[in-house]
Design a protein around this ligand. Sequence first.
Ligand SMILES: NC(=O)c1ccc[n+]([C@@H]2O[C@H](COP(=O)([O-])OP(=O)(O)OC[C@H]3O[C@@H](n4cnc5c(N)ncnc54)[C@H](OP(=O)(O)O)[C@@H]3O)[C@@H](O)[C@H]2O)c1
Length: 278
Amino acid sequence: MNDKKCIVITGGNTGIGLATAANLSARGHSVIIACRDQNKARQAVESIRAKRPSADIEARTLDLASFESIRSFATQLLGDRPCIDVLINNAGAYPTRQQFTQEGFELQFGVNYLGHFLLTHLLLPALQVSGDARIVHLSSIMHHLGKIDESTFKGRKKYSGTAAYGQSKLANLLFSNALAKRLPTGITSNAVHPGGVDSDIYRELPTLAYKILRLFLISTKRAGAYVADMAVSPTWQGRNGEFKSAHGPLPVSRRGRDAALADELYEKSCELAGVAAI
Ligand SMILES: NC(=O)c1ccc[n+]([C@@H]2O[C@H](COP(=O)([O-])OP(=O)(O)OC[C@H]3O[C@@H](n4cnc5c(N)ncnc54)[C@H](OP(=O)(O)O)[C@@H]3O)[C@@H](O)[C@H]2O)c1
């Protein structure tokens, strides 16, 4: 293949990330899945190789709930792969009980958003080498429910999993927009709602609620194909700062379009993650 891309997918061991990894490796690209659980990651790699023995896919360790893990992942990756063409910020959690990252951030803010914020900045040098790189952020329709409330970044007195998830998905979208404005020529940033997708993310829902919800969900294969197109297809060439849904037309919320809010969150996140603004 002439245009073989180096693609990094966070949390590619299951769900949409795994389907995206399978799709992109079937297209002949070199795929790295960045996962916290190496047993699950190995199984994911084996499942892809079982269908396509020549697949160029590997798993590496990344726990987005730890800045130390993110930094160590990035250092090793930059050492081995000085050129990265695509970063897919896919990993996400939706816990019903309040949890925290190693640095004390509320888990959804910390993993879904801030961990990816740090990772993206650390990988920028390799994305710049590509000259034609793309960053894809997995946001959600749930960004409509999100508010950016600094007083909750380190936890909520009254925890609501949905409010925390909404905030993290709004933050993903605002980050994508802030990056789109700031990135040098040759790197683009776009966000996606992958659809209501039948994945493990709903693992903590009560059984009946999940059974009902399932009726309205699309497959991980369909969502993964959409994300894979955003990552490599000519249709997405040069597009920057967009938000699209894999599940039909979807407007962006008022907060999602707020450029001042995106700038404010960007500056604050640089401080929280300890990185210089671009
Ligand atoms: N499913 C939907 O309907 C839907 C809708 C809108 C947006 N999204 C977004 O799509 C993305 C993928 O979700 P999904 O539906 O595929 O969910 P999923 O099946 O639960 O997959 C989530 C992935 O994130 C990984 N992850 C969680 N915490 C992590 C951490 N601390 N460090 C590294 N990886 C971590 C998980 O790893 P483990 O297997 O180790 O937990 C898993 O690989 C998420 O960002 C989600 O918010 C999903």
